[in-house]
Design a protein around this ligand. Sequence first.
Ligand code: TMP
Length: 223
Amino acid sequence: MVIIVKDCAIIDVERENPMPKPLFITFEGPEGSGKTSVIQNIYKVLQDSGQDVIVTREPGGVKISEEIRNILLNNQHLGMDQKTEALLFAASRRQHVIEVIKPALDANQTVLCDRYIDSSLAYQGHARGIGIEEVYQLNLFAIESLMPDLTLFIDVSPEVGLARVKNNQREMDRLDNESLTFHEKVYEGYLKLAEIEPDRIKIINGNQPIENVVQDALKHILA
Ligand code: TMP
């Protein structure tokens, strides 16, 4: 199957398709990075090429985790302790891994997940100041070493991302409403993670038209 993306770039998904085993692929980025639309596009391309693939998200993906999401993002919960926040994200992740991610991988399905452990490392570990290593250890208890095969970081600056969120007129949640300084630290945290794990975490320019972002993401997936 040949996928033609804008600017006449051509990707032959079947010819280049070296996906012998199901992949666990996560997508990360600041608020407004556009990763949700990118995931939907990639899902369609992979599905059309015959891959057995699912899309899911964090925090959420299953009922219990979606309920934890509502607690986490509720604007009324301004008094939430930062370690409580880290624990709730990890608890939500645990349920999601057990109910969705692990069973899908066991059934040979490729999993595209909107956010995963790197969000906790960047937001709670780095930006909140708990420590990347501390939050990683906490999450190991939840995920039992189930790390992604590939993580695509959609790179847009916090200013651009937050402006997009406001223009899209979606309701700003408790995390969106954090200060610009906090969001800058999140961004800094992601770049630090990409530096620590360059083989797993790939940076994609999120300031391009979506077609190009999707094309860059597909190149990494097929590689
Ligand atoms: P979303 O807006 O991409 O759905 O993500 C919800 C918010 O939760 C977003 O601001 C990022 C934040 N978040 C964390 O702080 N830690 C985490 O572990 C996850 C998964 C998300």
